[in-house]
Design a protein around this ligand. Structure first.
Ligand code: HEM
Length: 499
């Protein structure tokens, strides 16, 4: 090659890449796009340094510089819009709810046989409406949640029995709570426990608990095709293949139960599986539905309770106040029942405050603009991915007094609620895609927390002081504690016989 051609190539390559770069499009775009850091050609903002599990912190820092609606670009996929205050959240989840309620489907979940029946990853299609209707009427309507009370009471009693047997020993609370939650779900769906408190750790890891956790870990892994779709078919990291294997094992887990039910023709149990079978759901539809109950339903609730326990242990005066409320309303020698919940405002305030500081679904589930629309006078191009940063919004110093302090009192005599009408407080989301299990999740988290606090005194292992408790968080699909909470339970004497 002669030197002149080489020189020409060396000059034209950078110019060409700049021409195709996102920054160029941003520059020539007739409509205003949201501000954001400079995006390099082909790689975009992939160079941003984010410590492991700290995406929520990195995005909050960037929002301080670029504002409440900013745009980032990763690889060769449509841009990511990040909403970081209540105004941006309201425009996305209310004003532009229709245009912004699609889903961005991660490569790892594009598992044949599952994805076409998914509700979580579907746009707001007829299929999505039909499945949400089933959830609303047959699973988590107020009437159904009332009917499930005895199941939750029984499953919580099993949890308390287990903890009673562990008296004086160190317990990793998240595992036990996770077990209780998935047993509640298993009993509601097909009348069976899916977690064995006394089972070998290995067996539980191979069972439902391990499979759900594995799916979470896989979904949280950065995956090349999510940035460069051209690599999709290669699945170089094997994330989709491993996800498909895990989904298959879960389907096999309940496949036997489904088969047996279909064969028996006895649908008198009236659990959710009977409802699905009688409504002529196919096996593949049932598989997808059950996966989407156990998946989003377990870690979200269990990490909320784990955070609430951590905050209460860290703040002994708040813990005392909650114990006082429980003693006064329920009595020192009586067990908590679900009907007590409506008379326990401080308990409710503790859960609300926990969900404010530690929203498990930190950015909501990723939304997608199904059409080009306008938010805060900026253009959101069709197919943009949208994160609503509940973590930033619920710690916004412009809205919340002492935003970083655990202060349940702020919710007493306040009308602020998580039903999706207050856009500065959206732990369950808002609009079309609001969590369909909100009612039951609210009830279950309050009930489990009340039972743990009312039945036991809790201390930290090895003489650790409450002030030394590690409260760091990490975003791994849910906002989890970096160091899981280990505690030592002691049954409260007046309740020893009840537990
Ligand atoms: C404290 C507990 C929970 C919290 C904080 C929570 C929060 C959320 C949030 C923020 C979303 C996303 C909303 C959006 O994308 O705009 C969501 C969606 C969802 N949640 Fe929950 N959730 C909890 C418990 C549960 C439970 C127990 C279940 C099932 C048993 C569940 C099932 C779902 C499903 C299926 C979706 C997807 C809805 C859709 O795409 O239309 N969640 N949840």
């Amino acid at each position: 090659m002669d030197p002149l051609t080489l020189l020409l190539i060396l000059f034209t390559l950078p110019l060409l890449s700049l021409f195709f770069s996102f920054e160029f499009k941003r520059f020539i775009s007739p409509k205003k796009l949201p501000p954001g850091p400079f995006a390099w050609p082909f790689i975009g903002n992939t160079v941003l340094s984010v410590s492991e599990g700290q995406l929520h912190v990195a995005l909050a820092d960037l929002a301080k510089k670029y504002g409440p609606l900013m745009m980032l670009k990763f690889g060769l996929v449509p841009p990511l819009m990040v909403a970081s205050n209540h105004v941006a959240a309201m425009e996305i989840l209310k004003t532009q709810d229709k245009a912004c309620s699609g889903r961005n489907v991660a490569h790892s979940v594009q598992v044949p046989g599952y994805i076409q029946h998914s509700m979580v990853w579907a746009d707001c299609s007829e299929h999505w409406k039909m499945v949400r209707r089933i959830w609303r009427t047959e699973l988590f309507s107020t009437k159904m949640v009332d009917l499930q009370t005895s199941i939750r009471e029984e499953k919580v009693r099993e949890l308390l029995w287990f903890l009673r047997r562990k008296e004086g020993q160190i317990v990793q609370l998240s595992d036990a709570i996770f077990g209780c939650i998935i047993n509640v779900l298993g009993s509601i769906i097909f009348n069976q426990n899916v977690y064995d408190y006394e089972g070998k750790v290995d067996d539980n890891e191979k069972g439902m608990k391990g499979m759900i956790r594995q799916l979470m870990v896989l979904a949280a892994k950065p995956n090349l095709p999510d940035f460069y779709p051209v690599f999709g078919p290669l699945d170089l990291q094997g994330i989709r293949r491993t996800t498909a294997e895990c989904v298959k094992r879960m389907n096999e887990y309940w496949g036997g139960i489904v088969k047996e039910r279909r064969a028996s023709k006895d649908h008198s149990r009236n659990d959710f599986l009977d409802v699905l079978i009688q409504a002529d759901f196919t096996d593949a539809q049932i598989d997808a539905l059950l996966l989407e109950i156990f998946g989003p339903g377990s870690d979200t609730s269990s990490c909320t309770i784990e955070w609430a326990m951590s905050e209460l242990i860290k703040n002994p005066n708040k813990l005392l106040k909650l114990q006082d409320e429980l003693n006064q309303v329920i009595g020192q020698s009586k067990d908590v029942s679900e009907s007590d919940l409506e008379n326990l405002p401080y308990l409710h305030a503790c859960i609300k405050e926990t969900l404010r500081l530690h929203p498990p679904v930190t950015f909501l589930l990723p939304h997608r603009a199904t059409e080009t629309c306008e938010v805060m006078n900026c253009t959101i191009p069709k197919d943009s991915q949208i994160f609503v940063n509940a973590h930033s919004i619920q710690r916004d110093p412009e809205v919340w007094e002492d935003p970083l302090v655990f202060k349940p009192e702020r919710f007493l005599n306040s009308s602020v609620d998580y039903q999706g009408n207050d856009f500065h407080y959206i732990p369950f989301g808002a609009g079309r895609r609001i969590c369909p299990a909100l009612n039951m999740a609210s009830r279950a988290t309050r009930f489990i927390l009340a039972s743990l606090i009312h039945n036991f005194e809790w201390s930290l292992p090895n003489g650790m002081k409450p002030s030394e408790l590690d409260m760091r968080d990490a975003f791994v699909l849910v906002l989890a504690k970096t160091v899981p909470l280990s505690v030592v339970p002691r049954a409260r004497s007046s309740l020893s016989n009840v537990v």
